[in-house]
Ligand binder design. Structure first.
Ligand code: NAD
Ligand code: 0WE
Length: 262
C-alpha cells in the first residue's frame, strides 16, 4: 500500500528522463498512483511515450500550454478514460533565452515578458481551471507546481523568469483560496538548482552547483529525487492540512546569509 494508492495523477512537464516531472512520476507511481502524461510537441512524444510505458501508463496527450484548445482537450480526453482526477503536477517554465542573460531591463521586451508569464504562470491557473470539474468531489485532490528562489530574490540572469515565478507563487495562494472550498489543495515546491534540460545552456550552471554545495546547510545540491519525495508527500493525504504553501527543497539554501564565511 503506497501513500497514493487509488489516486489518478496528470503529469505535465516531462521532456527527458532528467526532468523533475519524470522523477515525480516515478515516485508517485511507486506509491500507487495511476498516471497520465502530456507532452509539448511531436519532437517530445516518443520520449514521453517511453517514460509512460515504464510507469505502465497508457494515457499520453499533447499539450502546449500556450493553447486553450489543447488544455481543454486534455481533460476531454482524460474524462473518456478516467472517472475523476486527484492530482495535477505542473512542471513547466519557459522564457525566450535572450531574456535569461545580462541586465534584466536591457534585455526585456513586452513579448518576452508575456511569453514568460503565459507559459510559466498563467498555465498553472489554466490547468487548474480546466481540471477542477474532474477533481471536484474526490477525497483530497491536489495541484502542485515547481518554482525557484528567483521568485523572491533578485538574482543574476534569472531575470524575467523570476518575475514569472513570483506570479506563479501568488497563483498558488489565489488558487488555494479559490479551490479550497472544493477540497482541492494547491502547493508549490521551490527547488534548488538541478541539471535538467531547463538548466542546460544556462551559463555557469556548474559554478552555481559548486556554490550551493558550499553554501547550503546540507553541504550538497538537491536531486530530482529530493524533489519527487516532497512532491509525493504534498499530493498525498499526509499533507491534508497543507495548502497555499511554497515548500523549499533546496538543502536549506534559502535560509542562509553570509554564506562566504560558512
Ligand atoms: P525540463 O526542461 O525537463 O522541464 C521543463 C518542461 O517545460 C519541459 O517538459 C518542457 O516541455 C515544458 N514546456 C516548456 N514550454 C512549454 C509549453 N509551451 N507547453 C507545455 N510544456 C512546456 O526542466 P526541469 O528542470 O524539470 O523544469 C521543470 C520545472 O521545474 C520548471 O517550472 C522549472 O522552472 C522548475 N525548476 C527547475 C529547477 C532547476 O534547476 N532545474 C529549479 C527550480 C525549479
Ligand atoms: O526555471 C528555471 C529555468 C527555466 C527556463 C529555462 C530555459 C532554457 C531554454 C525557462 N526558459 C528557458 N528558455 C530557453 O530557451 N530554472 C530554475 C533553472 C535555472 O535557469 C536559470 C537559473 C536556474 C537555476 C537561469 C539563470 C540563472 C539561474
Amino acid at each position: 500500500m503506497g501513500i497514493l494508492t487509488g489516486k489518478k495523477a496528470l503529469i505535465v512537464g516531462v521532456a527527458s528522463n532528467r526532468s523533475i516531472a519524470w522523477s515525480i512520476a516515478e515516485f508517485m507511481h511507486q506509491q500507487g498512483a495511476e498516471l497520465a502524461f502530456t507532452y509539448l510537441d511531436d519532437k517530445l512524444k516518443k520520449r514521453v511515450d517511453k517514460i509512460a510505458e515504464e510507469t505502465r501508463s497508457e494515457i499520453v496527450l499533447p499539450c502546449n500550454v500556450s493553447s486553450d484548445q489543447q488544455i481543454n482537450d486534455v481533460f476531454t480526453e482524460l474524462a473518456k478514460e478516467w472517472d475523476g482526477l486527484d492530482i495535477i503536477v505542473h512542471s513547466v517554465g519557459f522564457a525566450p533565452r535572450e531574456l535569461l542573460q545580462g541586465n534584466y531591463l536591457d534585455n526585456l521586451t513586452r513579448s518576452g515578458y508575456q511569453t514568460a508569464m503565459d507559459i510559466s504562470s498563467y498555465s498553472f491557473a489554466a490547468l487548474g481551471n480546466a481540471g477542477r470539474e474532474m477533481m471536484t468531489g474526490r477525497d483530497g485532490a491536489a495541484l502542485l507546481t515547481l518554482t525557484y528562489l528567483g521568485a523572491i530574490r533578485a538574482m543574476n540572469n534569472y531575470n524575467v523568469m523570476g518575475v514569472a515565478k513570483a506570479a506563479l507563487e501568488a497563483n498558488v495562494r489565489y488558487m488555494a483560496h479559490a479551490l479550497g472550498p472544493q477540497g482541492i489543495r494547491v502547493n508549490g515546491i521551490s527547488a534548488g538548482p538541478i541539471k535538467t534540460l531547463a538548466a542546460s545552456g544556462i551559463g555557469n550552471f556548474k559554478s552555481m552547483l559548486d556554490h550551493v554545495e558550499k553554501a547550503t546547510p546540507l553541504k550538497r545540491s538537491v536531486t530530482q529525487i529530493d524533489v519527487a519525495k516532497a512532491a509525493t508527500f504534498l499530493c498525498s493525504d499526509w499533507a491534508s492540512g497543507i495548502t497555499g504553501e511554497i515548500t523549499y527543497v533546496d538543502a536549506g539554501y534559502n535560509i542562509m546569509a553570509m554564506t562566504e564565511v560558512g
